[in-house]
Design a protein around this ligand. Structure first.
Ligand code: MLT
Length: 320
């Protein structure tokens, strides 16, 4: 097979790809590393989403692999160094999920403030518990964004219409950032953002520095009664520390679209009434998926035709 697809990645662009190449579509292949390794061994391209672990063990035997297409924005499931060593192009879709993920983050903020999932559950069970679902307005609250890249900016832009105050921390963004100034976002330190915000929303990539960055010490800097939203990567929060803080009633509500392990092992976190959980659906809209898949398929096709990839992480052409 020329191209292996190891997760549930569909769409018109995949259909078009199947007309040109021999494509092996195995939506559960990511769960069977040995079989994945066997199939990738002779393939020219591999297309994944976020569940396939593309590590050095997998790549070491990939004799013919020229390109890995990551149907999404984050590529933390791909060992880029191992791909570099083998000269394999890694391409991705850095822009196509931005709006969907920003909209989900805002939906989670509003769901927390108004307890919408909890009210829905209660009403569907035949109850009419109006006073139980007293909420909070978003208006005039301070929202702290951890990460002021593409998604953080899209969230800030949309939140402005709610009349909020905005703080943001991003190691790569300076206080005089043009868009931050235009949107009235106060770019400050991580500590300042945590301690001044009523709502914290995470928009950081996962890397060595951000792994479990939001630990007990950082969570304790948050205001008592603040809300926390994470639609970025689960490993950025230390979940055990979060449970400890939830038990101490420090936070008023938490919404997690992403988890340290996905799918997660059921833990104590599911038991908290003020925690909203969704299964990593930030990018899962019909609109985003169509764009993401088309972007990645285009690059895979380009590389297989000896042309440069447009959205590459490492290099546009295979190196060996
Ligand atoms: C992304 O990185 O693009 C999103 O988290 C969605 C995904 O991983 O598929």
């Amino acid at each position: 097979m020329d191209i292996i697809i190891s997760e549930n990645i569909r769409g018109k662009s995949i259909d078009a790809l199947q007309e040109k190449y021999e494509v092996g579509f195995f939506q559960d292949l990511w769960k069977i590393p040995n079989e994945l390794s066997r199939l990738v061994c002779d393939a020219k391209a591999l297309i994944v989403r976020n569940q396939t672990k593309v590590d050095s063990n997998l790549l070491v035997n990939a004799r013919s692999l020229r390109v890995i297409g990551r149907a999404g924005a984050g590529y933390d499931n791909i060992d880029i160094e191992a791909a570099n060593e083998k000269g394999i192009v890694v391409c991705y879709a850095p822009n196509d999920n931005t709006i969907s993920t920003a909209e989900l983050s805002i939906s989670l903020i509003l769901s927390l403030l108004r307890k919408i999932p909890q009210a829905d559950n209660s009403t569907k069970s035949g109850k009419w518990e109006r006073s139980k679902f007293m909420g909070n307005e978003l208006y005039s609250k301070t929202v702290g964004l951890l990460g002021f890249g593409k998604i953080g900016r899209a969230v800030a832009f949309r939140l402005r219409s709610f009349g909020v105050n905005l703080f943001a921390y991003d190691k790569f963004v300076q206080a005089d950032d043009k868009l931050a100034k235009e949107l009235g976002v106060n770019i400050t330190t991580l500590e300042d953002t945590l301690s001044n915000s009523d709502i914290i929303s995470i928009h950081l990539p996962l890397n060595k520095e951000t792994y479990r960055m939001i630990n007990y010490e950082k969570l304790m800097l948050m205001k008592k009664g603040a809300y926390l939203v994470n639609a970025a990567r689960g490993e950025i929060i230390d979940e055990q520390d979060l449970i400890r803080v939830l038990k101490a009633n420090i936070l008023k509500g938490v919404a997690l679209d992403v988890r340290g392990k996905e799918p997660p092992v059921i833990s104590e976190i599911e038991k908290f009434e003020n925690v909203i959980l969704t299964p990593h659906i930030g990018a899962l809209t019909e609109e985003a998926q169509e764009k993401v898949v088309s972007t990645v398929v285009k690059d895979v096709d380009l590389v297989l035709n000896n042309k440069p990839a447009l959205n590459y992480v490492n290099f546009p052409f295979p190196q060996h």
